[in-house]
Design a protein around this ligand. Structure first.
Ligand code: CP
Length: 308
């Protein structure tokens, strides 16, 4: 198999296990490339990609831009702040105007769940979802699973705990889909108010005791409290959250084994994770960021390859 089963990457839900395997094998090759003195390949010369961000980002935006440049694509960047969106221009008009400039691929982050799926019904260009509201963040889940595979080998039978603010997290949902497709077991852990009721229907274990989750898992993927999406009070205070649901060194020292620590970023240090855990030798948080470039190169390369 040398092609993805879809012309877009809208979510992990739509990918087959073979698609994920192909992305990983392609990313393995690109990881070699970006560790060479000459980090650039001509694969996407003559392809123009627009990074269209309607929501803030550091890692995803820079990682896509670097991936595109490493592949020799032409790149333009759009941020809704400072744009004509502020004058009332619609999403579709904005994207159609960008495409009129002969753009081939759109990488989009949007605060509305389903925004890239909506676009895919109205435009011909390939679309990569860089995070749609609380729905999916497919390239984050791919780089997370790729980083786990790098650390642990085959993910079949591996136990992954996703801990934190699940209800507001697009990373959680995409991780569940990706890890299950790779054969891993998934546990969700957080305060009951931050765990959506539908989650049990996805075949995951659910617990509210962080120590139980840590004792069970091989990898803890710790998610941030999404302060910008908390429109009602889900827990009494950040101090209380840190006390009962934060991952700290004292908890890890009580385990009878060592586990891998991950976090997609940005981190609220001292809330969901303490600095001595985030910066410890068990943490692969910066490896996740490094792998993000290779994974995004692989996704863009494979989608562009399906165009010809
Ligand atoms: N992990 C992640 O999506 O980070 P950014 O919001 O900085 O892109």
């Amino acid at each position: 198999m040398s092609q993805l089963s879809s012309k877009h990457l809208l979510g992990i839900k739509d990918l087959t296990p073979d698609d994920i395997q192909l992305i990983f094998e392609t990313a393995d090759n690109f990881k070699d490339v970006i560790n060479r003195p000459i980090k650039k390949v001509p694969s996407l010369r003559d392809i123009t990609i627009a990074n269209v961000f309607f929501e803030n980002s550091t890692r995803t935006k820079l990682s896509f831009e670097l991936a595109e440049k490493r592949l020799s694509a032409d790149v333009i960047n759009f941020s809704s702040s400072g744009s004509s969106v502020k004058k009332g221009e619609t999403l579709l008009d904005t994207v159609n105007n960008i495409l009129a400039m002969k753009v081939d691929m759109i990488v989009m982050r949007h605060s509305s769940p389903g925004a890239p799926h909506f676009l895919s019904k109205h435009i011909d260009a390939n679309i990569v979802n860089a995070g749609d509201g609380t729905h999916e963040h497919p390239t984050q889940a791919l780089l997370d699973a790729f980083s786990m595979r790098e650390k642990l080998g085959d993910l079949v039978g591996k136990k992954i705990a996703i801990i934190g603010d699940i209800i507001h997290s697009r990373v959680a949902l995409s991780n569940v889909f990706a890890l299950q497709k790779m054969g891993a077991e998934v546990m969700i852990c957080g305060p009951a108010t931050l765990v959506p009721k539908y989650i049990t229907s996805l075949g995951v274990k659910v617990v509210t005791d962080v120590f139980e989750a840590l004792q069970w898992c091989d990898v803890a993927n710790i998610l941030r409290i999404q302060l910008e999406r908390q429109h009602i009070k889900y827990f009494p205070s950040l101090r209380e959250y840190a006390l009962y649901f934060g991952v700290n060194k004292a908890l890890l020292d009580r385990l009878d084994k060592e586990i891998v620590i991950m976090h997609p970023g940005p981190i609220n240090r001292g809330v969901e994770i303490t600095s001595d855990v985030a910066d410890s030798q068990h943490s692969i948080i910066l490896n996740q960021v490094e792998n993000g470039v290779a994974i995004r190169m692989a996704v863009l390369y494979l989608l562009a390859g399906a165009r010809s």
